[in-house]
Write a protein that binds this ligand. Structure first.
Ligand code: SF4
Length: 421
C-alpha cells in the first residue's frame, strides 16, 4: 500500500529532490560543491558563497530508506572496511565505489571542498580522510570542542570564530572565487531564525493531547529541510510556515499524527525516544508504534543537527559567533549530564508515559552511555524506560520480530503500571 503523507512531507520531498537535481547539474552550470556533515554544518556560510552543500549522512539515510544501503555496505566491506565501522560511512564509500549515484538516481558531483565540521563525532574525521584519498580537492577543518561542562564558555566560542576567520572562510573564498560577504550571511541568518521559530513551534505542538504530530518518525521529515541544505533560505521559511499551518489545522480538529497508513485515531501512549531511527525498515518500525496507538512526543535525534527548543536561534547581529554557538549546541556535542537533563525535561514537559532508547550499533556518538542514561532517567522521573538495539542503514541489524516483541511487552508493562496506579 502506498504510504500516506502529509502535504508538508510532499513539499519536503520536492525540496530535497530539487536539491539533488541542482547537484547533478552543478558542474555543467559552473557551480562548486562542498561536502560537509549535518551536525555543525555551516549552511548559511556555504550558501553565502553560492556553493552547494552535499551532506553524506543524508545520502546514506536516503539510501537506507530506498533499500540501497545493504548493497553499498557489502561493497565497502569487500574493499576491506570492517563490520564495526559506522554504516553511514560504509554506505557512502560503497555508493562511491558504484559510481556515486545519489539516492534519487542522479550522479553526485565530486567535491570542490571537503568541509570537515568536527562536531561530536571522531568518525567524521576518519570519514573525510577516506574521501580525501579519493578526491583531489582541498580540506577545511573546523574543530568544535565538546561541550563537556554543559555550557558554552567564551573561549570555546572564540576558538571557533578564529578558525572560521583563518581556515574556513579563506578556503571558501578560494574555492568560490568570491569575497566573504558578511551582509549576505546576516540576511541568511535572519531567514534561519524565522524557520527555526516555526520548527520549534511544530515540535512543541506535541505537548497537546492528543499530539498532532509524531515527533520522531514524522519529526525526521520535518527536520529534513533545516538539517540538510535549506537552512538560511526562503524555501525553508516557506516550508516551516506551511508545516505550522498544517499542524494548526490538526490541533483545531483535535486530530492526531498522520501515519503512512493514514491518520492515527486515539492516543494510548506518549513516549520520548532517544537515539536515531532505523532507516532500512523505517515504515515497519513506525508501524510497531502507531498500531499500538503509541505516539512519540519528543526525541533527541531531531536535535542532532541543531538544538533550538532550549532557546538558541541564529543571530544575524553576531554572524560568526552565532555559527559557533550553533555548532557547540548540537545534541551529540553535549555531555551525558546535559543529555539526561534534556530527556528528563522532555519526559516531564510532554507528559510522557515512558521513554525508549534505540541503541544503534553504528553510532558511538549516540550509544555511548545510554544504559547509564536509562537508569538515571528512571530514578529521576519514576517513568520506566525500554531499551532496544538496531542500526542506522545496515539491514542485517534490524530484527523486526525481536524489536516488536520488546515494544509490545514494554507497552503492556505501562498498561499494568497504570492499572496498578
Ligand atoms: S558514528 Fe554516528 S555521528 Fe558519527 S558519522 Fe556515524 S552515525 Fe554520524
Amino acid at each position: 500500500m502506498t504510504a500516506q503523507k502529509e502535504p508538508s512531507m510532499l513539499l519536503q520531498k520536492q525540496l530535497l529532490s530539487d536539491h539533488f537535481d541542482a547537484l547533478a547539474r552543478a558542474h555543467e552550470e559552473g557551480r562548486k560543491v562542498v561536502y560537509t556533515f549535518v551536525p555543525g554544518n555551516l549552511n548559511e556560510l556555504v550558501r553565502s558563497f553560492d556553493l552547494l552543500p552535499v551532506l553524506p549522512e543524508i545520502n546514506a539515510l536516503q539510501s537506507g530508506m530506498r533499500k540501497l544501503s545493504g548493497g553499498y555496505i557489502t561493497e565497502a566491506e569487500k574493499h576491506g572496511h570492517s563490520e564495526d565501522v559506522c554504516t553511514y560511512v560504509k554506505c557512502d564509500i560503497g555508493m562511491l565505489r558504484r559510481g556515486n549515484i545519489g539516492p534519487t538516481g542522479k550522479r553526485l558531483p565530486p567535491p570542490d571542498l571537503l568541509l570537515l565540521s568536527y562536531t561530536g563525532c571522531f568518525t567524521f574525521m576518519k570519514w573525510f580522510e577516506l574521501l580525501r584519498e579519493e578526491y583531489d580537492c582541498p580540506v577545511a577543518m573546523l574543530h568544535v570542542p565538546y561541550q563537556s561542562e554543559g555550557r558554552i564558555d567564551p573561549h570555546q566560542r572564540q576558538y571557533i570564530v578564529d578558525q572560521l576567520r583563518s581556515e574556513v572562510i579563506p578556503k571558501l573564498e578560494a574555492v568560490s572565487g568570491r569575497a566573504f560577504d558578511e551582509e549576505k550571511l546576516r540576511e541568511m541568518l535572519r531567514l534561519s531564525a524565522r524557520a527555526e521559530d516555526d520548527l520549534v513551534w511544530a515540535l512543541e505542538s506535541a505537548k497537546h493531547v492528543p499530539s498532532p504530530i509524531d515527533a520522531y518518525f514524522a519529526g525526521v521529515y520535518y527536520l529534513g529541510p533545516i538539517f540538510s541544505a535549506f537552512r538560511g533560505t526562503e524555501a525553508a521559511v516557506e516550508y516551516y510556515a506551511a508545516l505550522r499551518r498544517e499542524i494548526e489545522g490538526r490541533i483545531a480538529a483535535g486530530e492526531g499524527p498522520v501515519t503512512p497508513d493514514g491518520p492515527m485515531h486515539g492516543e494510548r501512549y506518549r513516549l520520548v525516544v532517544e537515539g536515531p531511527p532505523n532507516w532500512t525498515s523505517f515504515r515497519e518500525f513506525w508501524r510497531m508504534f502507531y498500531e499500538e496507538q503509541a505516539v512519540v512526543v519528543a526525541s533527541t535525534y531531531t536535535k542532532v543537527g541543531g538544538l533550538y527548543d532550549t532557546g538558541f536561534r541564529h543571530d544575524p547581529d553576531h554572524p560568526l559567533e552565532t555559527l559557533a554557538d550553533y555548532c557547540l549546541g548540537c545534541y551529540t556535542n553535549l555531555g551525558l549530564p546535559s543529555r539526561v537533563a534534556l530527556l528528563e525535561r522532555y519526559i516531564r514537559e510532554y507528559g510522557a508515559d515512558g521513554f525508549l532508547i534505540n541503541s544503534v550499533k553504528s553510532c558511538n556518538s549516540f550509544s555511548v552511555g545510554q544504559l547509564l542514561m536509562l537508569r538515571q532517567l528512571e530514578e529521576r522521573t519514576g517513568v520506566p524506560g525500554a531499551f532496544i538495539e538496531s542500526d542506522l542503514v545496515d539491514p542485517r541489524y534490524f530484527s523486526a520480530a525481536n524489536i516488536k516483541n520488546r515494544i509490545e511487552s514494554y507497552l503492556q508493562m505501562l498498561d499494568q503500571k497504570r492499572g496498578a496506579a
